[in-house]
Write a protein that binds this ligand. Structure first.
Ligand SMILES: C[S@@+](CC[C@H](N)C(=O)[O-])C[C@H]1O[C@@H](n2cnc3c(N)ncnc32)[C@H](O)[C@@H]1O
Length: 311
């Protein structure tokens, strides 16, 4: 478990725990101010949110990041990953989008652990029908900040349920899609990796039992951190201070085991593995001028994208 680029330094645990409770910015996943925005984020902030210039958009993003950091200093906030709109890079995206673009369709989409609900804004911006788009989030403050970030005005962006805890079935039972239905699509980005393996089992069981439609073709999709060497790694911002990082084989095994326990069969379990976009020097992709994303770009760290369809 000596992985120089990941958050797997047990000896730093106490330092990080104090830093997190004090919302200190002296942690490696708090990146310096942005000088430019990725093209997709800039497009949404201009075309959807109506912000005029890149300069204004950057100042706006930095203000929201400061507020979010005080709520909880997740790596996805400190490192601007909320501007990645990761749903767009899922291979299922074109099919998903066309399936939720016709308001008369019975198929609902849920973004579980949606945080600012950036992926929901992306879907709406690309033509999804708000009547089919739903989110669920534990912390209402993040959803409110999402409204501040995206300046929705009177735009409809779907319904977001808050104070939903994936470990509390009673809260999941309140989360329903169109006409009170369960969901054809449940999206989980940077979500399952918030826990160790045992809890990932439990989360998946709860999601499948309480949220995913029983109809054939219902689909779980998303993205999360992985590692070529699968296993339990320490993680300072996770509630149990650990995370299980999968490779495609262990991720598939997780779904097979949960499926067996629940008597659910999968038509397909597709898992795509990629690196963190190391630069030519092998030291991480450049996210901000003069600053490389080495923290998430250890030699063996990966991103896993998945699409899992019910038989
Ligand atoms: C790392 S963020 C990922 C946010 C977003 N999906 C993305 O891709 O950027 C994880 C989100 O899950 C939410 N969350 C954490 N524990 C949860 C739980 N037990 N039930 C529901 N949501 C939870 C957090 O509040 C946070 O917004």
């Amino acid at each position: 478990m000596t992985n120089p680029g990941s958050m797997s330094e047990p000896e730093n645990k106490d330092f990080y725990l104090t830093a997190i409770s004090q919302r200190s910015k002296d942690v490696p996943w708090y990146y310096p101010p942005l000088r430019s925005l990725n093209p997709s984020a800039l497009q949404i902030l201009q075309a959807y949110s109506g912000i005029q210039s890149e300069e204004e958009a950057i100042a706006h993003v930095l203000r929201i990041r400061e507020k979010a950091w005080q709520i909880f200093p997740y790596p996805c906030i400190g490192s601007y990953r909320f501007l990645d709109f990761s749903i767009h890079s899922n291979p299922l995206y074109p099919i998903l989008l066309s399936d939720v673009s016709d308001a008369s369709s019975p198929n609902s989409f849920l973004d579980l652990g949606c945080c600012f609900a950036q992926d929901i804004r992306r879907l709406i911006h690309d033509g999804a029908s708000p009547s089919l788009i739903y989110g669920a989030e534990l912390r209402p403050e993040f959803v409110e900040l999402g409204e501040e970030l995206f300046l929705d005005g009177d735009k409809e962006y779907g319904k977001i349920y808050t104070e939903v805890d994936v470990f509390e079935p009673s809260t999941l039972e309140t989360v329903r899609g169109k006409d009170g239905s369960e969901f054809k699509y449940v999206h989980m980005a940077a979500f399952l990796h918030l826990w160790g393996l045992e809890k990932q089992h439990l989360v998946l069981k709860n999601v499948i039992t309480h949220l995913l439609s029983t109809a054939p073709g219902s689909t779980l999709l998303g993205r999360q951190a992985g590692n070529k060497i699968p296993g339990e790694y320490s993680h300072p911002t996770n509630s149990d201070h650990n995370m299980f990082r999968h490779n495609p084989a262990t991720f598939k095994k997780l779904f097979e085991e949960v499926g067996e326990e629940l008597g659910v069969e999968w038509a397909s379990v597709d898992v795509y593995e990629e690196g963190w976009g190391q630069g030519e020097d092998g030291e991480g992709r450049k996210v901000v001028e003069g600053h490389r994303e080495t923290y998430f770009a250890g030699r063996d760290d990966t991103k896993l994208t998945f699409v899992v369809r019910r038989a």
